[in-house]
Design a protein around this ligand. Structure first.
Ligand code: PEP
Length: 258
């Protein structure tokens, strides 16, 4: 069975005090309610990662991810953070290709391939984000966009590394907007992504790759989304900043595993 994953992307939010409180609350709720097939991940800002791994180390069910890493190994890149640094402080995975970084940092596919390669060198897993803009969906180019994002990046990654990749489908028009893809739209795209993974790698890998939905996922819509056959969990932004809300979303996923 594919691994189910609930991951919280905190983005550029939280003070130190808020981060410590939130990490502590999520850690506690994972200790109280978990499932062997559910992986819970939090991705706080870089500066809180060491604290997060120190606290999260006490549970089996909680992992810490970073929201990005630099594409070079090390060197004169002021202000940047390498995959090796992340691995050395206990981080287990890295979000790569988030639409906010594609948009604001102009991250291109060649750079994303390099970042993923750096992650694998450090035995880090990757949560690779794809998704179309509203304009692309409205002009019926959403499949074309996602196919390109998969082929030009994951197409460069050898199948032997595929078990270290999770894909997150995050329609750009749904991120932070309160608009969510309906279950039919999510299932349609997730099935399409799985078919593309089969073309890029092979059928077995495609069946075993977890594909997460992201974009205004919350306790109100998680049940419908997580009921879809090809939705293996969620990448949660805003709703992951509230410990209670995040716990409810996790419990909805656990209820699907019962
Ligand atoms: C995200 O940016 O990864 C995300 C899913 O954000 P939100 O849930 O706030 O839409």
């Amino acid at each position: 069975m594919r691994k189910k994953i609930i991951a919280g992307n905190w983005k550029m939010n939280t003070s130190l005090a808020e981060a410590l409180s939130l990490i502590g609350q999520v850690n506690l709720s994972v200790q109280q309610q978990t499932h062997p097939l559910l992986q819970t991940i939090i991705a706080p800002p870089f500066i809180w990662l060491t604290e997060a791994t120190r606290i999260a180390v006490t549970t089996n069910g909680l992992q810490v991810a970073a929201q990005n890493c630099h594409h070079e190994k090390s060197g004169a890149y002021t202000g940047e953070v390498s995959a090796a640094m992340l691995a050395s402080c206990g981080v287990k995975s890295v979000i790569i290709g988030h639409s906010e970084r594609r948009q604001y940092q102009r991250e291109n596919h060649a750079e994303l391939v390099q970042k993923i390669t750096r992650c694998f060198e450090e035995q880090l897993h990757v949560i690779y984000c794809v998704g179309e803009t509203l304009e692309e969906r409205d002009t019926n180019r959403h499949f074309e966009t996602v196919k390109k994002q998969l082929q030009e990046v994951l197409g460069e990654i050898n199948a032997e590394h595929a078990s270290s990749v999770v894909v997150a489908y995050e329609p750009v028009w749904a991120i932070g907007t309160g608009k969510t893809a309906g279950p039919d739209q999510a299932q349609e795209m997730h099935a399409f992504i799985r078919k593309e993974l089969q073309t890029i790698w092979n059928a077995e890998v495609a069946q075993n790759t977890s594909i997460l939905y992201g974009g205004s996922c919350n306790s109100g819509n998680a049940d419908a989304l997580f009921s879809c056959a090809d939705v293996d969990g969620g990448l949660i932004g805003g709703a992951s900043l509230k410990a209670d809300e995040f716990a409810v979303i996790r419990n909805i996923m656990i209820s699907k595993l019962a």
